[in-house]
Design a protein around this ligand. Structure first.
Ligand SMILES: [Fe+2]
Length: 189
């Protein structure tokens, strides 16, 4: 974490500066609470693990789409600028679905960028701007990572009887991902 170099001069307006609370966590990141959704605890635990990975990778893909939405340039700028934003918004909806499924199963959803960066299987892009072809192939690779793990998780959640999680993975994550891949891949002939 960086330390701010800005000095405060508002002490006359505030009683005292607001500080983050240090009361600690009430549920650890790896702890999965028992729930009353009539789902086997072992199945819930394994689904939470899968969902956390999928969540970290989906947040990364969403951010990758936003990065390219901002940084795309060239003759296809406007078309890709709009397409990347549409896909980012759709991935954002998946992020919310996955995070709330983790919570529903008693887990604590991964949320912040630093934690996501530690967990994701998608390679970190450079901070600078890439050309359009590199942006498109980077997106296709990220989709492939997610689709591969999502299909494996679809099989394992179905086998464990967690059909609710299975439905989100198949109906939302896989089908949205496959459709987005089609739109992105059509830019290569
Ligand atoms: Fe925008």
């Amino acid at each position: 974490m960086k330390t701010s170099t800005i000095t405060r001069d508002d002490s006359k307006h505030l009683k005292e500066p607001v500080k983050p609370s240090d009361t600690g966590e009430v549920q650890g990141f790896r702890h999965v609470q028992r729930t009353t959704i009539a789902l086997d605890a072992t199945a819930a635990l394994s689904s939470v693990e899968s969902l956390q990975q999928l969540l970290a990778d989906t947040i990364t893909l969403r951010d990758l789409y936003k990065k390219h939405h901002w940084q795309v340039a060239g003759p296809t700028f406007y078309m890709l600028h709009l397409l990347f934003d549409k896909h980012a918004n759709e991935q954002s909806e998946l992020v919310d679905l996955l995070a709330e499924r983790v919570q529903t199963l008693g887990g604590v959803s991964v949320a912040m960028g630093g934690d996501v960066a530690d967990m994701t299987l998608i390679p970190r892009p450079p901070s600078g701007r890439e050309d359009t072809a590199a942006q498109l192939s980077r997106l296709l690779h990220a989709h492939e990572v997610i689709l591969l793990e999502a299909r494996a998780m679809a099989r394992s959640t179905a086998a464990a009887g967690d059909v609710g999680t299975n439905d989100i993975i198949v109906s939302n994550v896989i089908r949205t991902g496959e459709l987005q891949v089609w739109f992105v891949a059509q830019h290569f002939e």
